[in-house]
Design a protein. Sequence first.
Length: 438
Amino acid sequence: MQKRLFFSILSGCLLTVVLLVACKKDSGDVETSGAPAIESFTPTRGAGRTEILINGKNFSGDTSEISVSINGKPLKIIGANARQIMALVPKKTGSGPLTVTIGGQTATSADLFTYQFMRTVTTFAGGGVPGYYNGKGTDAQFHFSDPVNNWYRSMGIVVDKDLNIYVADPGNHCIRKIDPEGNVTLFAGAPGVSGYADGKGAEARFSLPYGLAIDADDNVYCVDPGNWDIRKISPDGTATTLGFAPGSPWGIAVNKVTGILYYTCTDAGSIYSIPVAGGSSTKVAEGLSYPAGIAVDESGNLYAAISGEQVIRKFTAGSWASAVIAGTPNVAGYANGAGDKAMFAYPWGLAIDEGGNLYVGTNGTWNGDPSVGDQSVRMIRANTWEVDPFAGSDVSGYADAIGTNAKFSAPIGVTADKNGTVYVMDKNNNAVRKIVSE
């Protein structure tokens, strides 16, 4: 048995040497004049550190002359000859065609390389038990839900430029801050004290902080359906009222370019705008069935999770013309794929990343019903509106794992940081979860 193993390893080593020698030898055997051309590559899909063999012509045996990239991200060249290039895919590359450049001449593959992300879900903060405690990681406690007050439907979670997380904690009537190391502290509001008051830190009072947004200067904005107010909270924790909504506001987003806030009056089925400096509100859309989470892209287009309709809608900037981009209208379920083939069950939280991709938190039922067949976070790809299974599935529970093997229970709030890391408010588990994509 040991001899067979030895010869097997030896054979593999010899094969590697032969291939490397062949690459060097072949580099001068084939005419390399003319522009490079890509004929095929294998494999056509893979994760970070996948080795791709590119077949073509007019390549070079001098690896210093060659550059290979996907989405502008360079691949490491392992070896090459006039007809083949072996390259290593870096992490977080994303999907796209291969580009080979040699001597200032470039070739692009007709086919796409499909990057397979590995989404790792961990618990960032919160120990699963409702309460109030400032501490690190799972030692901390939040009050997103409990058996009596399971009707809380806060979706408020945002991240600033320094990767601090802000979470609306309705059961504790305050807003919490989590630093990049997972240390949880009070940001604004008096823990356990419901009310209405502007002020700094614990001097401020909130009733039901539900929605949060953050601007380019890291000011946090909060809507509170208990007080019907829209407030600005500066980075030092000072809360100031900007105005009052014509109905109870639940979700909020900010256009970081124009400085306009947008919020949803969920019960009334409407969306309004208000300047960040405060003032009167203007109606943007009406007649919607439970609009919840809302997001704004760099062009000023609005996106909203329409929970009662089971879809995500886009509202085009200026005209505010509405169209469904993902989900099957009025059909609750769990399905991925092309936008019009996908299904959600009570989509609730909504976030957008720097690439324009949307993230949807689901199961926005009034009680976070664990029997609902969608307990996932999904990604909607920018412009194509393809719906990807990001993390979680159609089964509720609690499990840190990879991708769809992870389990959430009413993951109703989502946000994405500048690095593409996604954070989730996991309602029934009273925890903030972290999803790292590689």
